[in-house]
Design a protein around this ligand. Structure first.
Ligand SMILES: Nc1ncnc2c1ncn2[C@@H]1O[C@H](COP(=O)(O)OP(=O)(O)OP(=O)(O)O)[C@@H](O)[C@H]1O
Ligand SMILES: [Mg+2]
Length: 236
């Protein structure tokens, strides 16, 4: 099987990039799909998460892409082991320039986590517009989707984001609630799929649309009306 590269990306900090990237790697590993987790963030959050994993857990190969090595070429440093089926990239906040192009050049799919607060939605909307215009992800054949993360309650605050995404034909994939399970799992270098099933029923249910979309990101997203191009959040 060909490798799928999933880039978890948003220039906004703290929206859940590391949480989603590490949970994806853990999900694939526990499901018997060979993942590599690549940490581009100098903060090394995925690296630290990975160091907490015990030998009893399913193996995840980690690559630290945040440091350049004088002894290795970049392509050698970023080489994934043979047989890798999913490459999950954890991007740093505020990434741009050559590093962003390097990550975009590898990606098949871009997952954009967003916290549904007005400030985060606004920043993310600008970021997505730049990705489409400057990053030209459509011409690169990269599929992008948005995940609302750390949601405390269902709120109509989503509407501006939904309208904006509709206008750009970017699918809204799922909503992940703010729960202790993510924190508890992260403390042990695990994902929510490695915690007991009866304690993580809500989280597992919320991940299902994301898992389905990643399996077939080229399929037209469900419930996405074919709207004409609208203006950005404020004007939509
Ligand atoms: N769904 C969730 N429920 C509860 N806590 C969460 C959830 N998602 C993320 N968090 C917590 O929010 C904080 C920020 O998440 P995370 O580190 O994944 O964000 P990030 O986008 O990678 O941040 P940075 O931009 O600094 O790299 C962490 O403490 C994480 O445990
Ligand atoms: Mg992070």
């Amino acid at each position: 099987m060909l490798m799928q590269t999933i880039l978890v990306l948003n220039s906004k900090g703290g929206c859940g990039k590391t949480t989603i990237a590490s949970n994806l790697a853990s999900l694939y590993a526990t499901g018997g799909v060979k993942p590599v987790l690549m940490d581009y963030d100098p903060q090394g959050s995925s690296l630290q998460w990975h160091q907490l994993r015990t030998g009893k857990l399913a193996h995840i190969h980690l690559i630290n892409a945040s440091k350049t090595s004088k002894r290795q070429t970049r392509s050698w440093q970023l080489a994934v082991p043979p047989g890798t089926e999913r490459l999950v990239i954890d991007a740093p906040a505020g990434v741009n320039g050559i590093l962003l192009q390097e990550m975009l050049g590898r990606a098949d799919v871009i997952l954009i986590p967003v916290i549904p607060s007005p400030i985060d939605i606004h920043a993310t909307s600008d970021f997505i517009r730049d990705l489409l215009l400057v990053g030209r992800i459509r011409s690169l054949g990269v599929h992008a989707g948005v995940v609302a993360n750390r949601v405390r309650r269902e709120t109509p605050l989503y509407e501006p984001l939904r309208r904006f995404l509709n206008s750009l034909r970017i699918p809204f994939i799922t909503t992940l609630t703010d729960t202790d399970s993510y924190v508890r799992a992260a403390e042990c270098g695990m994902g929510i799929y490695e915690l007991p099933e009866d304690e993580t029923a809500l989280e597992r249910e919320q991940w299902l649309p994301l898992i389905r979309w990643l399996a077939c990101p080229e399929a037209p997203p469900r419930k996405m009306p074919d709207l004409p191009r609208l203006s950005l959040v404020s004007g939509a």
